[in-house]
Design a protein around this ligand. Sequence first.
Ligand code: NAI
Ligand code: 13P
Length: 330
Amino acid sequence: MTSYSNFGVVGGGAWGTALAQLLAAEGAPVRLWAREADVVAAINADHRNPLFLPDAALSPSLTATGDLADLAACDALLVVVPVPFLRAVLAELPAGDAPLILCSKGMEAGSFAFPIDMARELAPGRPHAVLSGPTFAHEVAAGLPTAITLAADDAAVAVDIARALARPHFRPYASTDVIGAEIGGAIKNILAIACGIVDGAGLGLNARAALISRGFAEMTRFGLARGAAAETLAGLAGLGDLVLTCTSANSRNFALGQGLGRGEAAATLMADRRTVAEGAFSAPVVAAAAHADGIDMPITDAVARLVAGETRVAEAVQALLSRPLRTEGR
Ligand SMILES: NC(=O)C1=CN([C@@H]2O[C@H](COP(=O)(O)OP(=O)(O)OC[C@H]3O[C@@H](n4cnc5c(N)ncnc54)[C@H](O)[C@@H]3O)[C@@H](O)[C@H]2O)C=CC1
Ligand SMILES: O=C(CO)COP(=O)(O)O
């Protein structure tokens, strides 16, 4: 059994900060790399991250740096950079054999790569794992009970990392279904936008439940075609996270969808965002991947078109409702 005690966190957004705080809460040293100099300064001076996680008081044992080289001595790294920027940051990581735990949720445009695919390509020769599940950052930082999936190809690696991350209120479930964990996290963001649209447009709770169910059918079709296990998709990283983010305006993806549903322009909603709504980036990518593989994903298609400003909410809803009737199933 390998134990990890000297964690580094790559990415000082809400989720990176919350994970760093989780690991540092009892006084363990944790080093966090943040891109913004004011985030680094505020964490070190005031033990706060006013830009991305303003309400959390952070442990003094959590220190920040703007230099990735300062993470070279860490014995495990959590990588929490939004997917569109992940490749560039991975390319700058200091060399080493510390495991990389990928915590971002999405699929890269052009390459169709998930975070773990990029890590294997750009930082080979070390263990890679995926951490994904229903986990609002502010709740984890506040110490509220949370369960999550930790997936790695090697079962022993998954168990070791899960043990190292576990805390009394934070329960990682070990898994070897890396692709299932990646697909669940990427697709639930897209479906959270769809549910936000239904909410913003006032289409009712029946419609939201229908979207969650039929969206889960899309996630399952896409996942099974790529070798994911049905249990993973029905677990924390899939259905669990889908339920969380499809039912709460705390989800940035859901909130973006609410704006679209109220009729606000996608371009306006996307402009000047400091925080990410990964589903807006992933929707066209997953839609294109599904088309290429011949997988039917009408809700994902609709979200991609709405985010691109190619259709209006009423048209998209009409198109979904007028699809031919079919038998229920995957
Ligand atoms: N916030 C949450 O509750 C959770 C977020 N996630 C995932 O974690 C990942 C990171 O999200 P958050 O920490 O919430 O981010 P955030 O929305 O709080 O902050 C934005 C992040 O993007 C970074 N960024 C912006 N432009 C960049 C660039 N050009 N190069 C590199 N980095 C850049 C910022 O430095 C900041 O770290 C996403 O994939 C998200 O889906 C996963 C679970 C929970
Ligand atoms: O992934 C999340 C919770 O599990 C956070 O969702 P949002 O990115 O939509 O806020």
